[in-house]
Design a protein. Structure first.
Lengths: 541, 306
């Protein structure tokens, strides 16, 4: 029996388990790509508008940091610049979660033990996961290329762009294969891989911000940090602008290296164990742990600390970059005009800062969803049953979970505002004033997060079985409405579905109280519905 | 007043009738065995008693209260050990024990340390590193260190080794000695025989037999093997006699306890040379109710003759 025996059966098992997820992934990516390409084509129909866009893309530090370099002035290049980050993150995170799901999660739940006792080789589980995930990436890339061609873009560029985007999925597959070996829990494996994605984003942003503009064009010669980032490689392919096909070898090389390391680690470690050993804990509980609130704090503090570090670092960086917006206006009146239009005529810097706070709020929606979905996790793994068999009532328990998620979101929002204000203040002067102003402006976003919390809690109360999938779907819809709604030119009625639409974009816009009150009322209603429905439903084992 | 009193309890999940008119009564100070094959409704009953599931119909009283409405107040007076214990992976065992105790309304720390010692459990290990048996020990220690009126134990020892099983039995006796009641769902028949004052056997959502073990034995048939000088005839026509068959020149049959006397009076006419009579073992008793063909006119598969 070889170390790979049983791989093909495990592949079929994984395909059966994931048929819905894989279908959404493989078909959803090209669909989103097609829609975005169509709308970008509508926005930049001629050489003139595209030149303006490319000029902004290469001059603006913010655009460089978020979208990366532009490959040229062809329509395809604009499409790639506009869609690359969204699609690459989508494909990358889906690949990561799928690898962890079929390796570490199987071990954690004990399913892999059953499989391993059958005629299944040592490497089979990991190999099967890789086959499925890489297969999905290749298929998604092929369909995405067809989607771009279907949207009227040249064939070679379409192929290069699709390969560049799905190359991020390939690279992250290699990273996830390694992180799956390091931690004991799938949660930990996902978190490590997510940290890798964050680092990759920051490296690419730094490299592109520090890059030099090539003379006589709109291309950017990115600095070395970009070349260390799997997210950077995709942009360096330069799809639709003298494609550099050899760059596509980098994600493949990372994959090969990651898989090799993962196989070696599989050989070295015990089944079910990670490489990062579990530490011992106290023999007695501290007084502070001995209540639902204490337990909630204990279970959430790790994730909260991780988020806090990420939010603070990103906030300061974005704030510092805000000063560049000022500098850019001085250098380039043409760009200033473009951004002023985007900012709705408001003060340019304010528009930029408001946009950053909006992005923070949306991102923190993920924190709220993740924190509140622990409720469902506790229910399925049986901890909830044991807890509710003690003298803790259902309302008290769910109320504590809501309180924890809301307070966590409040703290992170405040931190986002304060750190952005501090960064901008340090660069532009008056750090204290800006810290206070942006801290307050960030807190105005809280009602939208309350609505997100209300939706997740209500789903947990009413439709517990599908609450995980539905909660994330709702957040993704809010995200798409916020990020792509304007680009896709969706009707206002659709945009109004997202609570984030209704937040006044302080500091760019004036403070209006009514929408905040209404959002809070909606959230309160959802909280009440969640508590009542949870109070009255069965908790099956 | 009974500690647990359930009458005609019905619970359905969609089209499945998980509990179909279940009756159960647990008296103060007794260890009540709750037995039945997998999927017969034991855990569903326990979940209704804990207020996790809502009953469709029937009467349920727990410690004089309504398990759904008065859940929180009642839970201060009981402790629960699930069969499949799941804990917080990043808490230590000691922390989990203290937490459960505190949430239940307090725990006796001297007793906790004594129990940790008796069950040989290391409280400093993280819960994620515990084996199934050790996770069960965490739940058992947390429950037994709380001085409550009722202990609800759902297959609490399925992961324990024989040494720990013995410790478990001693501890349960200590609890009932102090006046507490225990509802013990278990498949370990030796444990049931050693601990339980009364048992209820559940099958397909209803209790098919309840009483002391002695009473249950009386309901089951006795196996009689007899060797006679003259050929034994006509015995099949006697009342209460079943499954008559020749074995190695002897005759083996089953007889209902009420008709044993009549049978013996009849047998002496055929010059009895040897006779053995065996009451049903506990296993036979349960197999009779657990098996696929446990309807009223088939007997237990006695002696493996079938």
């Amino acid at each position: 029996m070889s170390s790979f025996t049983g791989t093909s059966r495990l592949v079929r098992l994984a395909l059966r388990r994931d048929r819905a997820r894989l279908a959404i992934w493989v078909l959803g990516t090209p669909l989103i790509g097609y829609a975005l390409a169509q709308s970008v084509a509508g926005l930049y129909p001629d050489e003139q508008t595209r030149l303006g866009y490319a000029e902004t893309a290469v001059t603006s530090v913010v655009a460089r940091a978020f979208n990366g370099p532009i490959a040229g002035t062809e329509l395809g290049a604009v499409v790639v610049t506009e869609t690359y980050l969204t699609l690459a993150l989508l494909v990358g995170l889906l690949s990561t979660f799928a690898v962890i799901r079929h390796t570490r999660q199987n071990e954690e739940t004990g399913r892999a033990e059953l499989l391993g006792a059958a005629a299944v080789g040592r490497y089979a589980l990991l190999t099967a996961a890789l086959v499925v995930v890489l297969g999905a990436n290749v298929l998604a890339a092929a369909l995405l290329a067809l989607a771009f061609v279907g949207a009227g873009l040249p064939v070679a560029g379409s192929a290069a762009a699709a390969a560049a985007i799905c190359g991020v999925g390939v690279a992250l597959t290699g990273i996830a294969a390694v992180t799956a070996q390091l931690t004991v829990t799938s949660r930990g494996g996902n978190a490590l891989a997510a940290v890798a994605v964050g680092v990759a984003f920051l490296l690419r942003a730094a490299g592109d911000v520090l890059g030099q503009r090539e003379s006589g064009g709109v291309r950017l010669d990115s600095a070395w940090p970009t070349w260390l980032s799997p997210l950077g490689w995709g942009t360096q392919v330069r799809a639709f602008g003298a494609e550099r096909w050899w760059v596509l070898a980098l994600p493949v090389a990372l994959l090969v290296a990651g898989v090799a390391v993962a196989f070696v680690l599989t050989e070295r470690r015990d089944f079910g164990a990670g490489l990062l050993a579990a530490r011992r804990g106290p023999a007695r509980a501290a007084r502070g742990l001995l209540s639902p609130v204490g337990l909630t704090w204990r279970l959430h503090r790790g994730a909260l600390a991780g988020w806090a570090v990420a939010v603070a670092v990103l906030g300061v960086c974005m704030g510092l970059a805000g000063n560049e917006v000022d500098a850019m206006i001085a250098d380039n009146p043409q760009t200033a005009e473009v951004i002023a239009q985007l900012g709705g005529g408001a003060e340019l810097v304010d528009a930029y800062l408001a946009a950053m706070l909006g992005i923070f709020a949306l991102t923190l929606g993920a924190y709220v969803v993740q924190a509140l979905l622990r409720t469902r996790n506790d229910e399925t793994d049986g901890v909830l049953e044991a807890l509710l068999a003690t003298a803790v009532g259902r309302t008290r328990w769910l109320g504590t979970q809501l309180l924890g998620a809301v307070l966590g979101a409040l703290a992170l929002l405040l931190l986002a505002g304060v750190s952005t204000g501090l960064g901008y203040g340090l660069a532009a002067g008056d750090p204290i004033g800006w810290t206070v102003e942006l801290g307050a402006a960030a807190l105005l976003r809280l009602p939208a997060l309350l609505v997100v919390a209300g939706v997740v809690a209500a789903l947990f109360g009413v439709l517990p079985r599908v609450s995980v999938a539905l909660s994330w779907s709702v957040l993704i819809v809010f995200l798409l409405l916020g990020q792509l709604g304007a680009v896709l030119d969706l009707p206002q009625a659709a945009l109004n579905l997202s609570p984030f639409t209704h937040i006044p974009s302080a500091p760019a816009a004036d403070l209006t109280v009514l929408p905040l009150v209404l959002l809070t009322a909606v959230a309160a209603t959802l909280f009440a519905a969640a508590l009542v429905t949870f109070r009255h439903r069965d908790i099956p084992g | 007043m009974s500690v647990i009193s359930i009458e005609n309890l019905v619970k359905t999940f969609g089209r499945v009738r998980a509990l179909d008119g279940l009756d159960l009564r647990v008296e103060p100070g007794e260890v009540h065995g709750f037995l039945g094959p997998n999927g017969s409704g034991k855990s569903t009953t326990i979940r209704i008693l804990l207020g996790l599931l809502r009953r469709d119909s029937g009467q349920v009283r727990l410690l004089g209260g309504d398990p759904w409405r008065d859940a929180v107040a009642l839970h201060r007076r009981l402790a629960y050990v699930p069969g499949d214990v799941s804990l917080w992976p990043n808490l230590s065992g000691g922390e989990a024990i203290d937490l459960f105790g505190a949430l239940r309304g307090g725990l006796d720390h001297r007793r906790r340390d004594e129990l940790l010692d008796r069950f040989a459990l290391d409280p400093t290990k993280k819960c994620r590193t515990y084996s199934k048996g050790n996770r069960q020990k965490v739940a058992i220690v947390a429950a037994f260190a709380s001085a409550v009126e009722l202990y609800v134990l759902d297959e609490p020892t399925s992961g324990l080794d024989p040494l720990m099983e013995a410790v478990f039995q001693e501890e349960v006796r200590q609890l009932t000695g102090a006046g507490a009641s225990v509802l013990l769902s278990s498949h370990v028949l030796a444990e049931v025989e050693a601990l339980c004052d009364r048992v209820s056997i559940i099958r397909e959502g209803r209790v098919v037999e309840a009483g002391t073990l002695t009473e249950l034995r009386h309901l089951a048939r006795t196996t009689v093997t007899v060797e006679t000088g003259r050929p034994l005839t006509g015995v099949t026509d006697l009342p209460g006699v079943h499954e008559v068959r020749p074995v190695d020149g002897r005759v083996r049959l089953e007889v209902e306890p009420a008709h044993l006397d009549t049978l013996l009076a009849y047998l002496v006419r055929f010059e009895v040379r040897a006779l053995t009579s065996a009451p049903p073992t506990l296993e036979e008793l349960f197999l009779r109710h657990y098996g696929d063909h446990a309807d009223s006119d088939r007997t237990a598969s006695v002696g493996g003759a079938r």
